[in-house]
Design a protein around this ligand. Sequence first.
Ligand SMILES: NC(=O)c1ccc[n+]([C@@H]2O[C@H](COP(=O)([O-])OP(=O)(O)OC[C@H]3O[C@@H](n4cnc5c(N)ncnc54)[C@H](O)[C@@H]3O)[C@@H](O)[C@H]2O)c1
Length: 350
Amino acid sequence: MEDLVVELGERSYPIIIKKGLIDEVNLEIQKVFKGKKIFILTDKNVGSHYGDRIKSCLINSGYEVKLMELEPGEETKAFSTLPLIYNELLDFKITRSDLIITLGGGVIGDLGGFVASTFLRGVDFVQMPTSLLAQVDSSVGGKVAVDLERGKNLVGSFYHPKLVLIDPNVLETLSERFFRDGMAEVIKYGCIKDKEFFYFLKNMKNKEEVMHNIEKIIHRCCFIKKCVVENDEKDTGERMLLNFGHTLGHAIETYYNFKKFTHGEAVAIGMYEISKIAENKGLTDQGVSEQIKDILMQYNLPYEVEIEESSEILDTIALDKKNIDNVLKVVLLKGIGESYLEKTNVEFFS
Ligand SMILES: NC(=O)c1ccc[n+]([C@@H]2O[C@H](COP(=O)([O-])OP(=O)(O)OC[C@H]3O[C@@H](n4cnc5c(N)ncnc54)[C@H](O)[C@@H]3O)[C@@H](O)[C@H]2O)c1
C-alpha cells in the first residue's frame, strides 16, 4: 500500500499502513528519530496485547524504553491524569530530543499527543493508533486534547506527530462494539466525500470481507482526512465537513451521559437524522437518508433513538461550541459523497 504524506510544509509527516508493522516499528522509528529514549504511553487493554512486543522490538534496536499503561476508557483522558504522566516522564529523564509513542485508541492518542505538545514545551511524538476510529480518524490531523469535568476536549492544541504507524492486524483484538464504532466514521467518509467508496462499503457482504479489504479501507479514509487537513489545518472551513452527524451525535451522547451510545453509534444516528430533516426541507436529495439507514443497518449500527425530552437535545445543541450567536453551521449532504456547510440555527432540529 502506497504511503501517504500529510503535506504541511516543515510539519509534514508520513502515514504508513501495513499489516505486521507492529513487529518492525524499529525500522520506521529509526527513519524519523535519532535520539535514545522512547516513552510509550498506552492503556492496559492495548498494553496487555502489544506493549511488551513493541518495547522489546525497540530495545533490541538499542533504544532505552519505558512503557506506561493507564486505565482504559474516556475517564483517563482527564486533565487530572496529566501530572501522573508528566511525573513518569520526569523520572525517566525525557528531554526535548527524545520521543513519545502513543499506542492505543483515540483516548491515548489525544491524551499522549497533548502531553507531547506541552511537556518541556514540546517533545516529538509518533502515533500508533490501535482502534479503528483512531486508525481512520483521530491519529491524523494533529488535534490533541484532554477533558475537563465540564466537558470533553476543552483543553487542547494542534500538534502533529512525526509519523503515524498503522498496523491493521491489531484490529483482531478490538471488541466488536468498538469495531462497529469505527465503521460509523468510515461510512461518514463515504457520505461526505466519496460516493464510490460508499458503494464499495455497501457491497461488502460481511466482516470477513471488510477485514480482507481493511488496508484499502483505512488508506482511503486517511487519504480523505489528510486532504481535508491540508486544505484547512485549523478547522475553520472544509475540515468542519468531518463533523457530519456530529452535532446531533454529540447532543445524544451528552443526553445519555456518554453511557448508552459510543461516539460512533451516536454519530450514526446523527448522520441519518440530519439527512432526514434536510430531505424534508429540500436541502438534501430525496432517498439519501434511506441509503444511509440501509448501510448503518448493514453494519449493525443504530440510526434512530426515541428521546422523551427532545427539548433537552435542543438545549445541548444550543450549548455546542460551534453555535456562535445562534448561528450554527451544520454539515449536510447534497447527495451521497457530496457535503456542504449550511448556516442555520438550533430551530433547524426542532
Ligand atoms: N483527535 C481527533 O481528531 C479525534 C477524532 C475523533 C475522536 N477523538 C477522540 O477519540 C476518543 C475515542 O477513541 P476510541 O474510540 O479509539 O476510544 P478508546 O481509546 O477508549 O479505545 C476504545 C477501547 O478499545 C480498546 N482498544 C483499542 N485498541 C485495541 C486493540 N487493538 N485491541 C484491543 N483493545 C483495543 C481500548 O482499550 C478501549 O477500551 C475520544 O476521546 C474522542 O474525543 C479524537
